[in-house]
Design a protein. Structure first.
Length: 107
């Protein structure tokens, strides 16, 4: 099964050196144990562009779709045998990046 782990932050590009090292170690362990699929950081909401072209509306708005104090600042896509394993990996990821992590199964 694959899972989405969203890193929740309130400041863009806020990871310090110790957090980056811990994230690299966590990523290495994901790879070594067959859980790694993909991961990356995401720039802050101020760089977002919301696009709505449903029915050809062509609406383009500078800024995030939702204005919130917290936002997704990065994510992992992982492979795990079940939700319990994914939950434990999300807990370890939260500790590594020192941020909240939201876990969701991929459909």
């Amino acid at each position: 099964m694959r899972f989405f782990l969203a890193v929740i932050d309130d400041t863009a590009r806020s990871a310090n050196t110790d957090e980056r090292v811990a994230i690299d170690i966590f990523n290495d362990s994901l790879e070594a144990n067959g859980h790694w699929v993909f991961a990356c950081g995401i720039d802050g909401p101020s760089t977002a562009i919301a696009i709505d072209n449903r029915a050809g509306a062509g609406l383009v708005t500078e800024g995030p779709l939702l204005d919130s104090a917290e936002f997704v600042s990065g994510f992992w896509i992982i492979e795990a045998e079940n939700l319990g394993v994914a939950r434990q990996l999300a807990i370890a990821g939260s500790k590594a990046c020192n941020r909240k992590v939201e876990l969701r199964p991929l459909l």
